[in-house]
Design a protein around this ligand. Structure first.
Ligand code: ADP
Length: 352
C-alpha cells in the first residue's frame, strides 16, 4: 500500500513535534524514520497508526484519506520497542490473539498463526510463554502477531533497541527478509544511522520536526543536502572544515591556515562574492600524497589500526580531521603529511 503524508503537522501546545511533512512511500518499500531523539519520529509513527490525529495536513493510505479513521480500521500491524506480548499466553495464543479478537474461528486462527510462526522461524516454540524466550525470539513473536491479520502497513518502533549488538544485526537482517517475503510497506523508526542505512529502501531524516532529506541510503551518504545530513550519516563522522570561498580563482581557503584548495567544479554562488562555507570530506575520501598541488598540510596525531584500515587523526591548524588510509600507506604520529581529496568526493555546505 502506498502512503502519502501531505503537509502533516502535529502540535502539542507550544511544541511543533512534526512540521509540514511531505513524503510519499511506495508500495512494498521499507522506509526508516531517522533522526536524533526528539526530532518527531515517534509522533509521525503514531499519526500513521492513528493513535494521534494530525493537527493539520492529510494522510493518505492508497487513495483513501485516513485522518479520521480509527487505528483498528487502518489495516496496520505494529511492533513496539518492548514487544508488548501477553505474558500469561503461549506463543501460539499470542500470535492468534488479533484473529480471535475479530472472531476468526479457532481452527483457522490456529492455522494462520502457525503459518506466521513458520515465516518468522519460531514454529518449534509455540507452547512456550514469553518469559521462556530470548529477546530475539520474543521479537519474532511480536512480528508474527503484527502480521497475522495480513495488514497493509507494518510499523516498527525502535524494534531492535532492547537487543544486544549481535542479536541486533541478526534481527535486522531477519526483519528485512520477512518484509521482502511478505512484500509489505514498512516504516521503521530508529535513531541509529547504521541500522537505517543497512535495512532501508529509503531513509527519511528529520530534525526538530522538520524534513531534511528522503533518499535511498547510499544517496543520502553520497549526496547529503545540508551539513546536518552530512554529519548524521556515516562513521567516523564526516570532517567539516570551515573554508573561505574565493571567487576570483575558484578556490577554497582553509580558515586560519595557509592551505588552499582548487575546486574541480564551478560553484553556483550568486554575485560571485567571497563566502564562508563548510567543506565536508569523509575520512575515506582523503589520501596521502607527495604533491604540493591541491593538498592540505596536516600533522599526524594518532594512528589507529582498525581491521584492515588505518584511521588517522591529524591537525590542520587548530582543526582536527580524520582520514582513512589505504593499507599500504604508512605514517607515524608527529609526521607532517599532505592530504588530497578524491576527485568530486567533497561536499560544500552553507556555514551553520
Ligand atoms: P522522537 O521519537 O524522534 O524521539 P518524538 O516524536 O517523541 O521524537 O517527539 C518530538 C517532540 O514532540 C519532542 O520535542 C517531544 O518532547 C514532543 N512531544 C512528543 N509527544 C508529546 C506529547 N504527548 N506531549 C507534548 N509533547 C510531546
Amino acid at each position: 500500500m502506498r502512503i502519502e503524508l501531505r503537509d502533516i503537522t502535529m502540535k502539542f501546545d507550544d511544541v511543533t513535534a512534526v512540521d509540514r511533512l511531505n513524503v510519499t512511500i511506495n508500495d512494498a518499500e521499507l522506509v526508516s524514520l531517522l533522526g536524533p531523539s526528539g526530532c518527531g519520529k515517534s509522533t509521525t509513527l503514531f499519526m500513521l497508526a492513528g493513535l494521534y490525529k494530525p493537527t493539520s495536513g492529510q494522510l493518505f493510505f492508497g487513495e483513501k484519506l485516513v485522518n479520521d479513521i480509527e487505528p483498528e480500521h487502518r489495516e496496520i500491524g505494529m511492533v513496539f520497542q518492548n514487544y508488548a506480548l501477553y505474558p500469561h499466553m503461549t506463543v501460539l495464543k499470542n500470535i492468534m490473539f488479533p484473529l480471535r479478537m475479530t472472531k476468526v474461528p479457532k481452527k483457522e486462527a490456529e492455522e494462520r498463526a502457525i503459518e506466521m510462526a513458520k515465516l518468522v522461524q519460531i514454529d518449534h516454540l509455540l507452547m512456550r510463554k514469553p518469559k521462556q524466550l530470548s529477546g530475539g525470539q520474543q521479537q519474532r513473536v511480536a512480528i508474527a502477531r503484527a502480521l497475522v491479520k495480513q495488514p497493509k502497513l507494518l510499523l516498527l518502533d525502535e524494534p531492535l533497541s532492547n537487543l544486544d549488538a549481535r542479536l541486533r544485526l541478526e534481527m535486522r537482517e531477519e526483519i528485512r527478509r520477512i518484509q521482502q517475503e511478505v512484500g509489505i510497506t514498512t516504516i521503521f523508526v530508529t535513531h541509529d544511522q547504521e541500522e537505517a542505512m543497512s535495512i532501508s529502501d529509503k531513509v527519511l531524516l528529520m530534525k526538530d520536526g522538520k524534513f531534511q532529506q528522503f533518499s535511498p541510503p547510499q544517496q543520502m551518504y553520497d549526496r547529503p543536502v545540508n551539513a546536518f545530513v552530512g554529519k548524521f550519516m556515516g562513521n567516523p563522522p564526516i570532517n567539516m572544515i570551515p573554508v573561505n570561498y574565493q571567487p576570483s580563482n575558484q578556490s577554497l581557503h582553509i580558515k586560519d591556515t595557509k592551505n588552499s584548495l582548487q575546486l574541480d567544479k564551478q560553484l553556483a554562488i550568486p554575485n560571485d562574492s567571497e563566502k564562508e562555507l563548510l567543506l565536508g570530506v569523509r575520512a575515506e575520501d582523503f589520501f596521502v600524497t607527495d604533491s604540493e598541488d591541491n593538498s592540505i598540510t596536516a600533522r599526524v596525531e594518532l594512528v589507529e589500526r582498525i581491521g584492515r584500515d588505518t584511521l588517522l587523526t591529524a591537525t590542520v591548524g587548530e582543526l582536527k580531521i580524520r582520514a582513512l588510509l589505504d593499507p599500504e600507506q604508512t605514517t607515524n604520529s608527529g609526521d607532517a603529511i599532505k592530504l588530497s581529496i578524491r576527485k568530486d568526493r567533497y561536499h560544500l555546505f552553507d556555514a551553520e
